[in-house]
Design a binder for this molecule. Sequence first.
Ligand code: UD1
Ligand code: CA
Length: 468
Amino acid sequence: MNYIVTVILAAGKGTRMKSDLAKVLHPILGLPMLHYTVDLSLNHIKAEKTIVVVGHQADQIEERFGDSRIEFVHQDEQLGTGHAVLQALPLLHGFTGTVLILCGDVPLVKAETLRSFIDTFSRNDSTLAVLTAVVKDPYGYGRIIRGEEGWLERIVEEKDASDEESLIREINTGIFCVRSAFLMEGLKEIGKENVQGEYYLTDLVEVARKRDLRCSAHMVADPVEVMGINTRMDLATATEALRQEKIKELMLAGVTIIDPRTTYLDRTVEIGKDTTLYPNCTLQGKTRVGERCVIEPNSKISDTEIGDGVTIRSHSVITESRIEDEVTIGPFAHLRPLSEVKTRAKIGNFVEVKKSIIGKGSKANHMAYIGDSLVGEEVNIGAGTITCNYDGFEKHQTIIGDRVFVGSNVELVAPVKVGSRSSIGAGTTVTKDVPEGALAISRVKQKNIRGWSKKMELHHKKNRKKKG
Ligand code: UD1
Ligand code: CA
């Protein structure tokens, strides 16, 4: 059994992001960048301790990661990666195992990669090991200098590298395994005599070599896994890599994705088998889609639970809602937070629903607004129906019983109750409760004035004569 403590570096500002948001809080596939390394440590490596070094926007980060298994330490001034790890030392007191150092801005590394890195480290007698990658463009990364037998000799930062050293394409990923006892002593010997005037963690290698302690470098096969995110371009590259991974995973599990190039899914989205996603859909957050559903082009669905056999037609926007089996939504429907659409119900084009329950088998097929309402089962909501839920000060509820027929162009002025099996005539403004089984109608009686067009013609002729 390996005893591992993880230290995750996340105190930096991320200057190159040019952002008001701390770099590690920038989302990748819907989760903050820092989530990925924290998740590896807590749930895959299952470290004894997970220590996160925070500084810039520490409060926001701690608030966002409210897991009691994480221990936060503060680095008030960002004096370099070596100085960042130094802040974690008090929490390592008495620990004799391996310290795994991860960077919050290197989020794509895989659990298997870390496991094999840790395994190799614990089997050889190195004091320190670094995970490396060979990349096409090493610009910005620390370069790996190996000795004659291939052991690690030194890591030189971009800004401190000689012309010859900058040609090296094997780079430091920022991920290290270090024996705890050495880390505690060695860190204190790191100076800041370099171009950036920072305490470099990478200088730990030279400290170890001076004591003739062995250091090793382990190369990863896929450099994308260990890319560091420093700019918004890197963020887009990382997002794309994870997006493709997510899409592949779903397709292998039986989801049809017609155009993988234009399908955007957050990491947390779940989709059942035999569901089809048409091009250009975005599914976000805690969205769960059942089996045999169809999601047509250009729909955006966030934090929503969708049952089996549901059809979401084109251009629908759905947020924080629940949709039961066999429901049809859209095209061009808008389900706002806290909407619940029960089995076999239909929400048609240009219908907006907010904080409402639409009962089993009920239909609102064309152009309607249903807000703060409870709609029973098998209700028909006619075209152009509006619940007037807001009086300028407060929101009020509309309650519609089972099997109600609401005609077209009806206004329901809330608070109001419509009893079961009642009907509301087209064009009615409902301001009073409607009893069960009644017909409510508020329309002005129609008057037909015969010969109207002739009268009008005469009138216009006279006028023309007057004007001459
Ligand atoms: C660092 C490495 C470089 C490596 C690259 C990999 C050093 C000196 N350089 O460079 O060799 O190739 O990562 O991506 O280690 N941080 C703190 N406190 C600080 C400074 C940084 O917590 O005072 C954190 C940052 O938040 C970030 C990580 O450490 O998560 C790396 O810092 P960054 O400034 O991005 O280092 P790089 O220049 O990328
Ligand atoms: Ca970096």
